[in-house]
Design a protein around this ligand. Structure first.
Ligand code: MG
Length: 261
């Protein structure tokens, strides 16, 4: 037994020594691999505290009024939030983007199904991420809160109780169209509701409609964001959006001179 143990210790010692030797000599024997891509230096921004906007965001609503939006009628305002009173669309257009917004369905529960706390976020004015009071309120699943309306239910129901503030963090890739209007690449949507992933890079089948199946119609690379008025006093606050721009790159050949720099 003692001799067996001794052999094991002896062998383990050689393995450890080999690993040490390999680690200490690898830098000397192997050249570092480099991608050969001249990346643009990422912009330096300041993140916000909590859900506050980062420094490069466009703030679309931060209490007060809705001066960055068109179509504002019958909305009511406090210092902190606004209550929906009409369909509105942002004055500025957006394409690929990161969107943060906070909403609360009415604390006083009224109606049922699609008639309870209904509103919606329309990306590019066409693709609705549903807002609904889906807390113990059943409706068709691809029409409940955080669904992509009539296309895809949320992965889970992450709704808070009526009257409580909730967050949406949405990542959106806009569709692209050929010059003749045909679809080149579809839109993709990722949604986190209250920090929970509820839509994971879903490929949109087209615009979201109540009366028609989804379909694409060619539009620009940047279109206004819209919020829906569905007759229910849904509240909104802290709405900000960031353009998602591709990192510019310039490929180059990897030459020996670039290595080891
Ligand atoms: Mg809706």
């Amino acid at each position: 037994m003692r001799r067996r143990l001794s052999r094991i210790v002896h062998r383990t010692g050689w393995v450890c020594a080999g690993v040490m030797l390999s680690l200490s000599t690898s830098a000397a024997f192997f050249e570092e691999w480099k991608s050969g891509v001249n990346w643009t230096e990422p912009a330096v921004i300041t993140p916000g505290d909590g859900t506050a906007p980062p420094s490069d965001a466009v703030v679309l609503f931060d209490g007060g009024d809705l001066e960055q939006w068109n179509g504002v009628k019958n909305w009511t305002f406090t210092e902190d939030y606004a209550v929906v009173g009409s369909n509105i669309s942002s004055k500025e257009g957006f394409g690929d983007c990161q969107l943060h917004l906070e909403f609360a369905t009415p604390a006083e529960v009224s109606g049922q199904g699609q008639g309870r706390g209904n509103s919606g976020v329309y990306l590019m004015g066409r693709y609705e991420v549903q807002i609904l009071d889906s807390y113990e309120n059943t409706t068709y699943f691809d029409g409940q809160c955080a669904s992509l309306y009539k296309q895809h239910p949320p992965l889970v129901n992450a709704c808070r109780k009526p009257g409580e503030w909730q967050t949406y963090d949405i990542l959106f890739t806009a569709p692209r169209f050929h010059a003749d209007g045909k679809l080149k690449t579809p839109a993709y949507v990722t949604v986190l509701q209250n920090g929970v992933l509820v839509q994971n890079h879903y490929e949109l089948q087209g615009g979201t409609y109540y009366e028609n199946p989804p379909s694409y119609e060619a539009h620009g690379l940047r279109e206004p964001l819209a919020l829906q008025f569905h007759g229910n006093p849904v509240r909104f606050r802290n709405i900000w959006i960031r353009d998602l721009l591709p990192v510019e790159e310039q490929k180059r050949d990897v030459v020996a001179a670039d290595r080891g720099q």
